[in-house]
Design a protein around this ligand. Structure first.
Ligand SMILES: [Zn+2]
Length: 80
């Protein structure tokens, strides 16, 4: 990672309203089969969201802790 890359990722990352809607829709569907849906721990941590800045845009994914394949892509490709 270069110093420029570090500066690029020093800004805060957050989901935009469309990404939140997409994430909620995915979670509603995913919860029907997720083994962690009923209990996700006292302090949470079931869901991880990653932001991967690229020269074209930021790739955004959300992942459930239940398994490696429980991932939803939230990337806003229109912003690329
Ligand atoms: Zn799950």
């Amino acid at each position: 990672m270069s110093a420029r890359d570090a500066a690029d990722i020093s800004r805060p990352f957050q989901l935009d309203p469309e990404q939140v809607v997409k994430l909620r829709a995915w979670l509603t569907k995913h919860d029907r089969t997720c083994k962690l849906a009923a209990y996700a721990g006292a302090i949470g941590g079931r869901l991880s969201v990653t932001f991967a800045p690229t020269s074209l845009g930021t790739i955004v994914e959300a992942k459930c802790a239940c398994c490696e394949t429980a991932v939803v892509n939230l990337t806003d490709y229109d912003a690329f």
